[in-house]
Design a binder for this molecule. Structure first.
Ligand SMILES: Cc1cc2nc3c(=O)[nH]c(=O)nc-3n(C[C@H](O)[C@H](O)[C@H](O)COP(=O)(O)O)c2cc1C
Length: 156
């Protein structure tokens, strides 16, 4: 798959309409992923920002609290099974990347790797956090999108 740089908003309609994305976070060279449905992409404070909602019980929540970066990856149909692994096991006890047979690739700007098999990747730096309040008990992480790239076939 050949990836090309995109404007962060260019394929946002695909990204926000997917019921499950893969979010990677890492610490001390070890990377974890979780399945994530609750997200949005928009323009906040003049920057392209994606907002993800993560429950405090997730291992991902602990990692996001320590290393303020994450990658957001839109899975292609070929790696659908990776989504159920990412959403059914915890990185506390399982290396889900290995279990799903996915390939990590160094990101261009952030220290957290991206998932090579995903069709769209976003590199994000957390610039704000907020509790989701009365809606549910998730924390909202506001990630400035520093870089975005996609499978070039999506642009044709
Ligand atoms: C399709 C799908 C969507 C999910 N969306 C979210 C979400 O938006 N936020 C969240 O906190 N958990 C969500 N989950 C649950 C986490 O992915 C799941 O609890 C996962 O095991 C957490 O992994 P971790 O402990 O390694 O962080 C979703 C699970 C699935 C299967």
């Amino acid at each position: 798959m050949k990836k090309v740089k995109i404007d962060p908003f260019q394929l946002a309609n695909i990204t926000v309409s997917k019921t499950a994305l893969l979010v990677t976070q890492s610490k001390e060279g070890k990377t974890n992923m979780m399945a994530l449905d609750w997200k949005t992409i928009g323009n906040l404070w003049g920057d392209p920002v994606c907002v993800i909602a993560v429950a405090p019980s997730r291992y991902s929540f602990s990692l996001l609290g320590e290393v303020k970066e994450f990658s957001l990856n839109v899975p292609s149909p070929k790696i659908r099974s990776a989504v159920s692994i990412a959403g059914s096991y915890s990185g506390r006890t399982t290396d889900k990347i290995e279990m799903a047979g996915l390939t990590l690739e160094p990101a261009k700007i952030i220290d957290v790797p991206i998932i090579a098999e995903a069709m769209i990747n976003y590199e994000c730096k957390i610039i704000h956090e907020a509790e989701s309040g009365s809606i549910c008990s998730h924390r909202l992480y506001f990630g400035e999108i520093l870089e975005a790239y996609a499978d070039e076939s999506l642009l044709k």
